[in-house]
Design a protein around this ligand. Sequence first.
Ligand code: SAM
Length: 231
Amino acid sequence: MNQQTLSMRLERVAAHVPAGARLADIGSDHGYLPVALMRRGAIATAVAGEVALTPFHAAERTVRESSLEQRITVRLADGLAAIEAADRITAISICGMGGETIRDILDSGKAHLSGQERLILQPNGGEQPLRQWLMENDYRILCEELLRENRFDYEIIVAERAGPVTYSAEELYFGPLQMQARSPAFLAKWQRLLRVKHKTLAHFAKARQAVPEDKVEDVARQARWITELLA
Ligand code: SAM
């Protein structure tokens, strides 16, 4: 992966960035996503935010080597603090982190959100708490994608603030649109996860020390939901 050739995962994220967007890529690491989009003429301007020094310098280097310093600003900042009102950001990508981390970045950075931005989120696990945050903050899920690369399942969630929206507990767990679409990748993922849940329950049953009742019930409920989904 580099500033020209993105991983399939980031390529799919890129596909959800509206043409001509003013993008903030938070946790940009090498800055590959904004640089690739800018080189393709797909976005108008970008901010690459990084909280850690090494990736911040890596992003600066990628931007410099592509001579894009006038179009992409690299900022050392925690989460959405990388965004300034004058940036007039229209899309925010936060990718390659746990769903809880993405949720925390959105929650602690609310003051930097105008409510007009499209969110393009690619959590590595923790999708349920992230969807919960979106629902509680009036974000409607417009699109969901699931892809498998290097034996990992990656989800992409695209959302916009659109007023109150209600998702059921199962929709928050599986993804409301994925539940409807039932793509082969989605069904394969949950078949794999059902095996994992059954193994976990078998371990619990054999464990020398009693596993707390609520923990067993939680995994059993997930196994039940997955079984119903696949039925
Ligand atoms: N977004 C890139 C991608 O999807 O390929 C890089 C993902 S990398 C695994 C996660 C990056 O997020 C790291 O470079 C890390 O320093 C950065 N990060 C984690 N928490 C952050 C925060 N609160 N604010 C900004 N960057 C953060």
